[in-house]
Ligand binder design. Structure first.
Ligand SMILES: NC(=O)c1ccc[n+]([C@@H]2O[C@H](COP(=O)([O-])OP(=O)(O)OC[C@H]3O[C@@H](n4cnc5c(N)ncnc54)[C@H](OP(=O)(O)O)[C@@H]3O)[C@@H](O)[C@H]2O)c1
Length: 409
């Protein structure tokens, strides 16, 4: 077994590999984003990333770019190399065949068919291996992958636009527009990387939105409407475009059969959850996870986002605060639901990023989640298998793993 110590330059090379990994965002899911860099005599000689679901892995691209220069070099890779036959052959074979002398991995891959096995094969073959360099950055990058592996549920990003006085619509329900054109263009970019976009029937009735990515991105998200009684009008833009971009009406036993039939004739799919209350959030996420969704964007309104927060299922926030003041006492707020009883219980974003976009303030950040911490522990020696970490954050469901499922919901 050969264990390498991290070197001072490892961190900066790994950050470069992580930037490369991010180029696959939206195209590789449910696989993780992975970047790789081959460095020899202090200079990069090959770089690559996993570019599309089912395509070659990052290591293969980087080693091919390096060619014979890979022999004796160091390979930086943002995730433990795979050691199993998925849609592509094991990366450990390619690494050993290249003659790379040292492998630095940002994090161990908790996917059960890898889970330390790739690092072990490399060590046993005499390659020096270091793991955990920029591990936290790697886990943040692949948080949606980690959540889906640990819980079977998609990663939930909540997006809203609000006025300076915290309103998401006028008293009439009109909300067009709160944020500026550039902010809205950024939201369309985010939509185009999602597997599904969720909105409530309240929003569908008030705004008649399309909820598509314009221009399109790498993915075509399914539009999911929480609509217990299937009230979505057959003349709505959502229903009328259901044959071009999928619409899933999430309803309950309150939905009359004739309404569902009318929507089905237009191409809307319905998924009925048992009961006569609102659409239950955890079963909805389980269903979307089963359908292969890794990333979910919740666009509101306030009732729906409140339910996701009450269910403890908001993982990240992307909020736009426009420099306009509305006044009034109506209840159009970004999130309603039950909420918290004290400020100490409020969710706090971890290291929020704040930017200004033509006068709108954009605040983005993630919410600390147990499965992120659990995955960090895997980089420690003799760590628990990820299977023992399941169950703390929603029941594990039988989901297709990376490299074995269809890429979208
Ligand atoms: N500024 C923004 O970013 C933004 C974004 C979105 C919306 N909006 C505005 O927000 C307003 C609509 O918000 P809203 O709060 O009234 O409606 P909403 O959240 O869009 O929809 C609420 C409805 O969804 C259904 N629902 C089903 N399952 C649910 C669940 N688990 N939790 C919550 N609701 C569930 C319920 O109707 P059933 O009982 O019939 O199922 C409920 O009344 C509109 O004026 C819209 O313009 C603003």
């Amino acid at each position: 077994m050969t264990e390498a110590r991290p070197e001072p330059s490892d961190s900066s090379w790994m950050l470069r590999a992580l930037a490369e990994a991010g180029l696959g965002r939206g195209s590789v899911e449910p696989n993780p984003m992975v970047g790789a860099l081959v460095v020899r005599d202090g200079r990069p000689v090959g770089v690559g990333h996993h570019a599309r679901f089912g395509g070659p892995h990052a290591e293969v691209h980087a080693l091919a770019a390096a060619g014979p220069l890979a022999c004796g070099a160091t390979l930086y890779v943002t995730l433990e190399p795979c050691c199993h036959h998925g849609k592509t052959p094991p990366c450990t074979d390619a690494i050993l065949g290249s003659g790379v002398a040292r492998v630095v991995a940002a994090m161990r891959d908790p996917f059960p068919k890898v889970d330390g096995g790739g690092l072990r094969i490399l060590r046993e073959a005499g390659v020096e291996v270091a793991v955990g360099v920029e591990g936290e950055a790697a886990r943040r990058l692949n948080a949606p992958y980690l959540k889906r592996l640990a819980t079977g549920l998609p990663y939930v990003l909540a997006k809203w636009a609000m006025t300076l006085d915290g309103k998401t619509a006028a008293a009439s329900g009109d909300s067009r527009w709160i944020s500026g054109e550039r902010s809205r263009a950024l939201v369309h970019e985010v939509r185009g990387r999602m597997d599904a976009i969720v909105a409530g029937i309240g929003t569908a009735l008030a705004d008649d939105p399309l909820l598509t990515a314009r221009p399109p991105g790498p993915r075509v998200p399914t539009r999911v409407i929480l609509d217990s009684a299937a009230r979505l009008p057959v003349g709505s833009k959502l229903a009328r475009t259901a044959r071009e971009v999928p619409v899933l009406v999430a309803c309950t036993d309150r939905a009359p059969a004739d309404r569902l039939e009318a929507l089905a004739r237009l191409g809307c799919e319905a998924h009925r959850f048992p009961g006569s209350g609102p659409v239950p959030i955890l079963p909805l996420l389980e269903e979307l996870g089963r359908r292969g969704a890794t990333n979910l964007l919740v666009e509101g309104g306030g009732a729906v986002l409140g339910s996701f927060l009450d269910a403890g299922q908001v993982d990240a926030v992307d909020a736009f605060i426009a420099p306009i003041v509305e006044g009034g006492t109506h209840g159009h707020a970004p999130a309603r639901g039950v909420g918290v009883g004290s400020m100490a219980e409020a969710l706090r974003l971890d290291r929020p990023e704040v930017s200004v976009i033509d006068g709108d303030v954009r605040v983005r950040g993630t919410i600390p989640r147990p499965w992120m911490e659990a995955s960090g522990a895997l980089d420690e020696p003799r760590a628990a298998s990820v299977s023992s970490l399941r169950g703390g954050d929603g029941a594990a469901v039988d989901i297709p793993g990376p490299d074995s499922s269809e890429p979208s919901a």
